[in-house]
Design a protein around this ligand. Structure first.
Ligand SMILES: NC(=O)c1ccc[n+]([C@@H]2O[C@H](COP(=O)([O-])OP(=O)(O)OC[C@H]3O[C@@H](n4cnc5c(N)ncnc54)[C@H](O)[C@@H]3O)[C@@H](O)[C@H]2O)c1
Length: 252
């Protein structure tokens, strides 16, 4: 699964400051796409933009907080102002909000649902007319947590399951347009996100063991390759798919 040539195309990637978002941005840059890059973390986001530009493409860094609804439409508007088109939207940003459910505060629950579920929907809503015009693609990064109950991740898992179903519903709604809408569900990757578990006080090791990837994590670059593939014209025929890329986590 390799992306096709994306020269002359524009991709908007969220969560681009680090981890899978950065790897996706750099893979798309290598394929020739100009980039609009969103993250709330300004300095590492600017670094991703510089790394992308070093590959010979244009990169616009948009330091925004996707938990703010208005920032989602702003991200799309700034992309259009700068590049005049949008061919691919990669919803990669996420927050974990790990914790015992009875100890979660309202702010954490609201932010996890906002960043992981509402923001992708709001970005897709704003991007859709431009994606239809370009015959483009949406890639929603979900998680193996969408398919299995995971202790200490109630809000995150529910949001990821919601994002998976959102992908299928939108695939039906837009099936008569040229836009392709797909989801990719990674298992464990070695990124800052997983460090969120470290904040748990006295977690039950048996419950944690159930979500360990027995065959180990998948490298972010390998996952980014598939995100970029789904974002490109090479993925003709993929529509409403949710691809598991989890080294067997959801197999049993
Ligand atoms: N790391 C894993 O083990 C794993 C497993 C399954 C799925 N995933 C999914 O992969 C994707 C990438 O995760 P990652 O592991 O690279 O995580 P990461 O923490 O390394 O990167 C996530 C990025 O999202 C950004 N972000 C968070 N909240 C934001 C907000 N309100 N506004 C703007 N940006 C915001 C962060 O600043 C960060 O740069 C996520 O969708 C995640 O749910 C990760």
């Amino acid at each position: 699964m390799q992306p096709s040539d994306m020269k002359g195309k524009v991709a908007l990637v969220t969560g681009a400051a680090r981890g899978l978002g950065r790897a996706t941005a750099l893979r798309l840059a290598r394929a020739g796409a100009d980039l609009a890059l969103v993250d709330r973390d300004e300095a590492p986001l600017a670094e991703t933009a510089l790394l992308a530009e070093a590959q010979g493409v244009r990169a616009l860094a948009l330091p925004l907080d996707l938990a703010e609804g208005s920032h989602c439409s702003l991200a799309v508007a700034r992309t259009l102002e700068t590049f005049g088109r949008l061919d691919a939207l990669c919803n990669v940003a996420a927050m974990l909000g790990a914790g015992r459910t009875e100890e979660l505060d309202d702010e954490t629950i609201d932010r996890v649902l906002a960043v992981n579920l509402a923001a992708p929907l709001k970005l897709i809503r704003s991007a859709m007319p431009h994606l239809i015009r370009a015959g483009g693609a949406v890639v929603n990064v979900t998680s193996c947590a969408a398919f299995q109950g995971q202790a200490y991740l109630a809000a995150y898992s529910a949001a990821k399951a919601g994002l998976t179903h959102l992908t299928r519903s939108l695939a039906m709604e837009y099936i008569k347009t040229p836009v392709r809408i797909n989801a990719l569900a990674p298992g464990g990757m070695r990124t800052a996100l997983a460090a969120g578990f470290a904040e748990l006080r006295d977690p039950d090791p048996e419950l944690l063991a159930r979500i360990q990837p027995l065959r180990g994590v998948v490298e972010v670059e390998a996952v980014a390759e598939v995100v970029a593939f789904l974002a490109s014209d090479a993925a003709q025929g993929f529509h409403g798919a949710c691809i598991n890329l989890d080294n067997g986590v959801t197999a049993g």
